[in-house]
Ligand binder design. Structure first.
Ligand code: EPU
Length: 338
């Protein structure tokens, strides 16, 4: 177990914000996670982090930051030919995807190169290119902070939604996740190439029937093209969630903006890309002080160098206000603002 006092979180948030925490604790095993739960006082502020790729720190954290460093990926073949892959919560998510693709296990490839760790994948229900991790998760193992007891949650009990789960609400700060189990297929079902420009990119490369590896390469190329590298310019991927609007609201907007992209949710609702709304407000590529909006994707806010969390929040608020006045739609951050 690693314990640090008055510790800089610079390496633990992809926005590159230099904030400190009172105490930083890292566990490497389930037993260590249980010992961590004994160290946490009930009234002490607690922040559980993964890679910090969905986090915006607005100041020093006057409490304990806990991080999992549980590693390991184990796989087992089930009777029906699926693979159950159990990964430590501190594993890098993309290493799990790479492992699946190398072994020909299908299901995770569209989630290639999403930053973050295994534990966060189960909290956040990460998603991209028409896939969400909830469709792979079978089980989440965690240590209950109040009791130190090991709990196992089925996918159903986690109440997964769009970038959402019980771990973000009633279970928030109640559990330290130790392992996540995913189900992958070994027998090839059709690959999911319908979303966005995947098909166009495959056509460009002359690939008619992609292998898992080729699909992963295409997704990595699309992401690298659109999303800034946090090592070059601090960011946390999509800063905002795509708002879901009522059908009447959507229809009146569509009347005004016939080219507005949208995704059907159900009869009464439609999802509108926040990136498009922000772009229409003229924010793409703009810089305010040391904070800015990425030039290739308006959904991504960036640290142009040395920005504070407060500066990013001010930019976020200005964008939300503009989108509200132009479209009447309230967009909200996907990123965890602390
Ligand atoms: N668009 C614009 N201008 C922009 C950005 C987007 O007009 O500046 C338009 C695009 O042309 C497209 C639509 O908006 O028609 C959607 O854009 P895009 O597919 O690039 O992004 P998204 O669907 O809004 C979501 C996820 C991403 C994920 C991509 C790909 C959210 C909030 N974001 O973005 O997730 O990688 O789909 O599947 O759901 C993340 O969560 O950090 C993340 C990067």
């Amino acid at each position: 177990m690693r314990i640090e006092k008055n510790y800089s979180l610079l390496k633990h948030n992809t926005f590159g914000i230099d904030a400190k925490c009172h105490r930083f604790v890292e566990y490497e095993t389930v037993e260590e996670a249980q010992r961590v739960t004994e160290m946490l006082a009930a009234d002490e502020p607690l922040l559980i982090v993964g890679e910090g790729s969905n986090l915006l720190l607005t100041g020093d954290f006057q409490g304990t930051v806990v991080h999992s460093a549980i590693k390991g990926i184990e796989s087992a073949l089930t009777a029906n030919g699926d693979i159950l892959l159990k990964a430590g919560s501190g594993e890098t998510w993309d290493d799990v995807v790479a492992c699946c693709v190398e072994n020909g296990w299908q299901g995770a490839e569209n989630l290639s190169l999403i930053p973050g760790e295994v534990g966060a994948s189960a909290v956040q229900n990460i998603g991209a290119y028409g896939a969400e991790v909830k469709d792979l998760i079978t089980e989440v193992e965690a240590v209950e902070i109040a009791t130190g007891r090991i709990s196992t949650f089925s996918r159903e009990s986690c109440a997964y939604g769009y970038r959402d789960s019980k771990f973000k609400h009633e279970w928030k700060n109640h559990y330290l996740i130790t392992h996540v189990t995913y189900r992958l297929r070994t027998v090839g079902a059709p690959l999911n190439v319908a979303y966005g420009n995947i098909q166009a990119e495959l056509d460009k490369r002359g690939i008619a029937e992609p292998t898992l590896k080729q699909l992963r390469e295409v997704i990595i190329a699309i992401r690298r093209e659109k999303l800034p590298d946090p090592k070059v310019e601090g960011n946390a991927g999509s800063f905002f969630m795509n708002p879901v609007v009522d059908r009447e609201v959507f229809e009146s907007l569509q009347h005004q903006y016939p080219d507005m992209p949208h995704y059907n949710i159900d009869e009464a609702h439609e999802k509108v890309p926040a990136g498009w709304l922000i772009d229409q407000c003229g924010w793409k590529g703009r810089t305010v002080g040391r904070a800015g909006v990425h030039a290739k994707q308006a959904l991504v806010l960036v640290n142009r160098g040395g920005a504070t969390g407060e500066e990013i929040v001010q930019l976020c608020n200005a964008i939300c206000q503009d989108v509200k006045s132009k479209f009447g739609i309230l967009i909200s951050p996907e990123v965890n603002i602390i």
